[in-house]
Design a protein around this ligand. Structure first.
Ligand code: V47
Length: 621
């Protein structure tokens, strides 16, 4: 994070120093940020943090909002959407009507609605089942913590039971609504009968434990104080440290409508909205994404927010009612082309995603794929990107996008390079181990030979390590296990006899151990003990179709960047080490364990691996 900022408000300088050194911001820092009028410096700080996390990517999803009913047992003061049965504006949707609103081109349906006094439990389950059955490609993000708690009480289940049944019926993730502001004072004023912070967190943490990632929100711009906003963020940050299950944070700008709550100036100002986005990005240092929800911010403010800390634009959002009933002036839906244009105009890469934020397609040229792991930092820390844009992406997804021609250059997983070598040209740089790797780990309750017939959970991020695992199982140990892909983010590892993790996640668990698993195997050590060879996990490659001059330019940029990175392991790894909870010495030792240049032994290792791989049965992994 080397950008220099010219601070008009000098009170922000110590905060920036903290951010740069990876120190966490406090309540006081958050209050100082909100109190400052130096919006450009705040935005620049947040944008720098955003770029370090997300590169130039901005995510969107083709989605549809469904609010099955507005009949609600509650009557929160800020809500213009809810009503009572029998009133002229009350509505209830049948499953048939819900299905009718969906189309096969969308990837996510967002379902949330009123707490209906009479609907049966089976109705909600059937709603999800029918959506899954009729639209297998649509992932379901449904029911806020308020609804889940309501179901638990009404139908006499535990919160876990409700979530387990919803998951079985097709639920993938949960939206972040119902959080409002985690303050008892505000709760008593505005939503006295609704759940407070404790229950909201209980539900979200229970979901995370069951492998259901969730979103989070804050409703701002009404009666809350600045301290309450910052405290809200700190509570979320603490919970994220505990579970890691939050995907994104969504500041929801209050729409006064006919609620009777009259904040000064009616709508929040653009500056206040941008500050909210930026402060969220700075305070929530462990959140993957910050969402600029254009429905409440307006398209104009949301587009500016993409350079103020936000890397997530929600999506096309057909059919939103909660904000529009309260007078939101944004359109009801945005066309995909319009979202792409907004993101491109902000100088970013439009990334169409699925419900877990896996990239499905990119609408940009000149894209460099960046593996977001500590072992790749020596390549990227000093990278001079020039006319290229940076897309942080896990190895497996990089392979998929490269197949669609959407990545021009990158550090490719070896298996993907081998598969696509007619389209890609290898550069002489790589990530290879000498012996152990420490970040491609099998956590197991069985020794290798006893894994025969067992089920192994496989990280969603791997393309090569999963093949190395198969080679080791079948060729070294003569056993066959069933390999099951896990989704990215939180997982319920206890479902498996063993799990294969890679990258920073594996490195972290390698240090602290993975709960529930007694044995830990390093796949590169297993390979070395067998073949007496290094293992090449990734190689740099460019599109063959790229002009020669550009290839040469890229090779020189990567070489220069690596030379600088190699001479400075301590300084380039200090921030990521802090984030991973590693001591600086451990991070440096880890980086010293790699070979970053393709030598003869690395080439020989690739050949041996390729031969072993070709002798395995072809399966889709
Ligand atoms: O919890 C209600 C808010 C929320 C008003 O998870 C209002 O991806 C503004 O949570 N003015 C529901 N806001 C919406 C929500 C959401 C939206 C988009 C994406 C995601 C996600 C979640 O709407 C409620 C409440 O905080 N709300 N009334 C109003 N007058």
């Amino acid at each position: 994070m080397s950008d220099s900022i010219h601070f008009r408000d000098k009170a922000l300088i110590p905060i920036w120093e903290k951010v740069q050194s990876g120190e966490r911001l406090t309540l006081e820092d958050g209050v100082t940020l909100f109190g400052s009028q130096d919006i450009l410096s705040i935005g620049k700080m947040a944008h720098t943090v955003q770029k370090a996390r997300s590169g130039d990517a901005v995510y969107y999803v083709l989605n549809q909002k469904i609010e099955p009913t507005n009949i609600c047992v509650l009557a929160c003061k800020f809500c213009d959407f809810a009503t009572k049965a029998g009133r002229p504006d009350a509505y209830e949707m049948t499953i048939h009507e819900i299905l009718h609103k969906l189309t096969p081109d969308i990837h996510e349906v967002h379902i949330t609605g009123g707490l209906h006094p009479d609907w049966e439990w089976e109705y909600y389950l059937e709603m999800l089942r029918q959506i899954k059955k009729n639209f297998p490609n649509i992932d379901i993000k449904a029911f806020t913590a308020v609804e889940v708690d309501f179901f638990a009480k009404k139908f006499k289940f535990s919160i876990e039971d409700v979530l387990i049944q919803l998951k079985e019926a097709g639920l993938r993730t949960m939206p972040g609504g119902g959080a409002e502001v985690f303050s008892e004072r505000v709760r008593r004023l505005l939503f006295n009968n609704k759940i407070g912070a404790k229950t909201w967190f209980d539900v979200h943490k229970a979901a995370h434990k069951l492998g259901i990632p969730t979103n989070s929100t804050i409703l701002y711009g009404h009666v809350e104080t600045i301290e309450e906003r910052v405290t809200h963020m700190l509570k979320l940050r603490e919970a994220q440290d505990e579970t890691g299950g939050f995907l994104t944070f969504i500041p929801l700008a209050f729409q006064p409508g006919d609620t009777g709550i009259k904040p000064p100036g009616q709508y929040t100002s653009a500056i206040e909205d941008l500050k909210m986005i930026s402060v969220s990005r700075l305070m929530l240092d462990n959140f993957p994404h910050i969402k600029a929800y254009w429905v409440m911010l307006t398209e104009e403010v949301a587009s500016i927010a993409l350079n103020f800390g936000a890397d997530d634009m929600d999506g096309t959002v057909g059919g939103e009612k909660i904000a529009h009933d309260a007078g939101a002036i944004s359109p009801m839906t945005l066309a995909k082309d319009q979202i792409i244009r907004i993101i491109k105009d902000a100088g970013k890469i439009p990334v169409e995603r699925d419900v877990y934020y896996n990239p499905l397609s990119l609408q940009s040229d000149k894209v460099i794929g960046k593996i977001p792991y500590l072992n790749s930092v020596p390549f990227y820390h000093h990278f001079e990107k020039r006319q290229f844009k940076i897309m942080p992406i896990t190895p497996r997804r990089m392979g998929v996008l490269a197949e669609q021609g959407q990545i021009d250059v990158g550090l490719f997983s070896l298996a993907d390079y081998l598969k696509q070598r007619d389209r890609l040209e290898m550069l002489p740089m790589c990530i290879a181990t000498r012996d152990q790797v420490k970040s491609v780990m099998l956590f197991s309750n069985q020794g290798w030979k006893d894994l025969d017939g067992k089920t192994i959970g496989i990280s969603d991020e791997t393309a090569t390590s999963v093949q190395l695992l198969r080679v080791l199982l079948e060729k070294k140990y003569g056993v066959k296990a069933s390999l099951k892909r896990m989704h990215s983010g939180v997982n319920n590892f206890s479902e498996f006899d063993a799990v294969l993790l890679i990258g920073d996640e594996a490195l972290r668990y390698n240090t602290v151990g993975l709960h529930g698993f007694e044995l830990t195997y390093d796949l590169a050590s297993e390979w070395y003990a067998w073949q007496q060879l290094p293992f090449v996990f990734a190689v740099w490659a460019v599109k063959q179709s790229m002009p020669d001059q550009q290839k040469a330019e890229l090779k020189s940029i990567i070489t220069t960047s690596l030379e600088k990175g190699e001479n400075n392991f301590a300084s380039i790894s200090s921030l990521p080490a802090k984030r991973l909870g590693l001591k600086l010495g451990e991070a440096v030792e880890y980086l010293e364990g790699f070979n970053y240049r393709l030598g003869e032994r690395e080439k020989q290792a690739i050949e041996v691996f390729e031969k072993l791989l070709s002798s395995l049965e072809v399966v889709k992994a």
